[in-house]
Design a protein around this ligand. Sequence first.
Ligand SMILES: *Cc1c(COP(=O)(O)O)cnc(C)c1O
Length: 494
Amino acid sequence: MKYISTRNKDIRVDSAQAISQGISMDGGLFVPEEIPVLGAEDFKYLSGVDYIERAAFVLKKYLTDFTEDEIYACVRGAYTGSFDNEIPAPILKTKNGVNILELWHGPTCAFKDLALQLLPYLLTTSAKKVSGGKEIVILVATSGDTGKAALEGFCDVENTKIIVFYPSDGVSAMQKLQMDTQKGNNVCVCAIKGNFDDAQTGVKNIFTNNDTAAILENNNMQFSSANSINWGRLVPQIVYYVSAYCDLLKNGEDLSGGFNIVVPTGNFGNILAAYYAKMMGVPVNKLICASNANNVLTDFINTGVYDRNRAFHTTISPSMDILISSNLERMLFELCDRDDKLVASLQADLSKHGKYEISGDIHKKFTELFFGGCCDDTATKETIGKYFGEQDYLSDTHTAVALNVYEQYIAKTGDNRTTVVASTASPYKFAASVLEALGKDLPDGEFETVKKLSATTNTAIPAPLAALENAVPRFKNLVEKQGMTSFVLKTLGI
Ligand SMILES: *Cc1c(COP(=O)(O)O)cnc(C)c1O
């Protein structure tokens, strides 16, 4: 199967090339030329096998230039022993019948681990095929969780270096500590004076700058991306939605009308993976896109106008504090019948005016597939308190946004069919906000807060977070957003 750029379908590469490059040189994103479809027999088979088999099965459909041995080596490496739960993406059910797909049992306690434990294997396998032994330099822009998950995934992976940029005031105390204390000889972390969008734009600009690419080339290096613009990030995420469907089948859920999926959304990567799962034959009814106060996607779904010219809000769900949702480009590409010229012109509008508008036809397709809703920090906290009190379910701030928007969806539509809510982070990554939501006073210090949350809720502190109590920060870099390129070159010593 080949991969094409959303802005120019004539750019056509194998998956190994798409993954090792990360982004197309025209600024477009790689998408599969066609989406493979699974049948009832496939799902029946997958329901009876474990996560590694499910992952290998799905990956084989997309990474047709990988051998079967390579695919198994990748998925076994990623999902054996690195998750605290035998099942990397378990479903549990609240008292009121909502299926919660918990995606945060990996080493960094956020859903990004499902993809970023696998990506280093996919990337090094790809690079061997196409990059002739060049050293891969991973650049990451993070709103908090991607950065740590990528650092953990790439830590001391041979022939790779990783540099992570995060907004200095845009991540939680635990997220900052997780990144600044990262071990490994090939890792570097840097805060920037700006927000996540500044970091993401800066990284995208470095990737597509021919002069910088030439400097790397001369030093036998090549950039790649661990952000969800990389196809290698998305394909592992499709796996867990296929897997969730198999578990619903196994659990004997009523799936006669299909099921809904609710996703707390920022860069549109996670929910896009759910859309691809639907295209593969998973019977998804509505995709419910939940945003925090940065509700650019809610407005887009409701009006057909994407407009990032608005105030940026720093919220208690920082991993969703995003106004430019990169992966929406892939969705647009699908919904405008793969019209690359149209996508290129809409994206040009976005970078020039911060805004674009889609036609009524395309908008109609969007609203048939998606429901968009948002909630602010106050509502997020109320939802955490309510779910803990009434359902015995302790959710983090991002998952709470999803639970809140799901309630809005039910109130508006009366649709009470089977639903899966993606739970994207451990509450302990955002302990202060969660504790406040439960009506408790905050003690001084992050670990006092974490311990009080544990005592209050009678839940366990995830081991990887508990281990940070005595860790000493290694990284104290802080640069202006204009200084990102020179920081990268300096770090690489070139
Ligand atoms: C990254 C992240 C999100 C947003 O996911 P996208 O794929 O960017 O839409 C939501 N919740 C948490 C906890 C995250 O880390």
